[in-house]
Design a protein around this ligand. Structure first.
Ligand code: PGA
Length: 253
């Protein structure tokens, strides 16, 4: 059984005061949520503030990005060791906004995944196709390539420390969610690809999150799919009520 994971990607939002308040209300509101890993990924500036709020709870702390070098003249970058020091256990890697707006590639995704894994940070590797790629019928080609390239030189034994997030770019921040069946199909294919690259056993343990306009009113249906193990939530994670409802998704048996 894979333990569900719900991660909040706050992107470039939240002052320190807002971050503290939201983290506190998530801690309060999710106290009764059992058997679900919940993570908050604030901007770098708010990591310490959020850490303070979540330290006595089961809520985990994640960063939105990292650089692969340990230290040095890399103005503007943050190293894996710095993230560990700031209390992070998770880090989002190669989010589509990083790929589309900041020129990140499969190669940099790979370096970041390796840097995270070797520094005891769980990478949440984001993959997903654009609208045009879906229309051209190359969704699986694109996602397979992204997974394969990002996991080059990763050892099978490291796979249980990896999370994959399938985020179709056309569904991010658009209000257009993939249907549960559409998402499930791609999740199955990602798991199949992991089985090919590593082993069926290892692939079976990897949590694959869905991201892209996850909301209180679609999370239950998404989570009912066999290969959807959680959600990476942007917009709906910025409000306590919606994020707490997502974390408390209703299970179907
Ligand atoms: P969204 O963002 O929930 O606002 O669509 C998801 C993400 O980009 O991780």
């Amino acid at each position: 059984m894979r333990r569900p994971l719900i991660a909040a990607n706050w992107k470039m939002h939240m002052t320190l005061a807002d971050a503290g308040e939201l983290a506190q209300s998530v801690v309060e509101g999710c106290r009764a949520v059992r058997d679900v890993d919940i993570i908050l990924a604030p901007p770098f500036t708010a990591l310490a503030r959020v850490r303070k709020e979540v330290s006595d709870s089961s809520i985990g702390l994640g960063a939105q990005d990292l650089y692969w070098e340990e230290k040095g003249a890399f103005t503007g970058e943050v190293s894996p060791g710095m993230l560990k020091d700031a209390g992070c256990d998770y880090v989002i890697v190669a989010h589509s906004e990083r790929r589309q707006l900041f020129g990140e590639t499969d190669k940099s995704a790979n370096r970041k995944v390796i840097a995270a894994l070797t520094n005891d940070l769980m990478p949440i590797l984001c993959v997903g196709e654009t609208d045009a790629e879906r229309d051209r019928g190359v969704t699986y080609v694109v996602v397979d390539r992204q997974v394969k390239e990002a996991l080059k030189d990763v050892a099978e034994a490291q796979l249980d420390k990896l999370v994959v997030a399938y985020e179709p770019i056309w569904a991010i921040g658009t209000g257009r969610t993939a249907t549960p069946a559409q998402a499930e199909e791609v999740h199955q294919s990602i798991r199949g690809q992991l089985a090919k690259l590593f082993s069926a056993d290892a692939a079976d343990k990897v949590r694959i999150l869905y991201g892209g306009s996850v909301k209180p009113d679609n999370v239950d249906d998404l989570m009912a799919e066999a290969d959807i193990d959680g959600a990476l939530v942007g917009g709906a994670s910025l409000k306590t009520e919606s994020f707490n409802r997502i974390c408390g998704f209703q299970r179907r048996t």
